[in-house]
Design a protein around this ligand. Structure first.
Ligand SMILES: CC(C)(COP(=O)(O)OP(=O)(O)OC[C@H]1O[C@@H](n2cnc3c(N)ncnc32)[C@H](O)[C@@H]1OP(=O)(O)O)[C@@H](O)C(=O)NCCC(=O)NCCS
Length: 173
């Protein structure tokens, strides 16, 4: 079901329109890709060039900026103490270029910083700054063997000071 009130750019690709629910006045920008079994609530705003994997739940109050990757099965939660009144629901903001791994759960009121990568299966409970990798439940920053190596020295020292990694890991890069 695709609401006639929704504003969907003509270049956005919804692979199986009969298998998604897009409610109310939500907005979907240019060159987005929407997989099947996705639910998008009224008022949701999705920017340009955003990929939404199959089985995502994106309720009212969520805003996803341009160039984000939302993996399959990602669940955004807007109601901290369900079932609560609509006026108590909290927004979630995913900033430009952020990448959310498969089956991540994002709790109400959280902002995810630009380009930050959330590892598969994580539960995001707090705001995340830009340009980091987090993983786990609750999602914590971690310097990893992959893309995390590109984090700046400043970020590594910061992580060390917060006791998120050992000195051996720092020396091994
Ligand atoms: C988070 C991620 C980027 C880390 O990749 P990486 O930098 O190459 O990290 P590594 O594979 O070297 O793993 C480093 C450590 O983190 C752990 N780890 C990796 N991914 C994890 C995750 N998602 N949750 C919890 N722990 C994770 C590993 O077990 C390893 O632990 P160890 O040091 O105790 O052995 C990656 O594992 C991930 O989850 N990517 C997202 C995949 C995805 O959802 N894609 C979209 C759908 S296709």
């Amino acid at each position: 079901m695709i609401s006639p009130e929704s504003l969907i750019d003509k270049t956005a690709k919804i692979w199986h329109p009969e298998l998604v629910n897009i409610y109310g006045d939500c907005q979907i920008g240019a060159f987005c890709n929407i997989g099947c079994f996705v639910e998008i609530g009224p008022g949701v705003i999705i920017g340009d060039n955003v990929s939404i994997g199959a089985f995502c739940f994106i309720p009212s109050g969520v805003m996803i900026e341009n160039d984000c990757f939302i993996g399959p099965g990602v669940v955004f939660c807007n109601d901290k103490y369900p079932p609560g009144p609509k006026d108590g629901w909290l927004p979630i903001l995913v900033k430009t270029g952020a990448k959310i791994g498969a089956k991540v759960t994002i709790l109400p009121g959280v902002t995810i910083g630009e380009r930050t990568l959330v590892g598969a299966g994580s539960v995001v409970t707090k705001n995340l700054p830009p340009d980091i990798i987090v993983m786990g439940n609750p999602a914590r920053r971690r310097i990893t063997s992959g893309w995390g190596k590109k984090e700046t020295l400043e970020a590594v020292v910061d992580a060390y000071q917060k006791n998120e990694m050992g000195i051996r890991q720092i020396l091994n890069g």
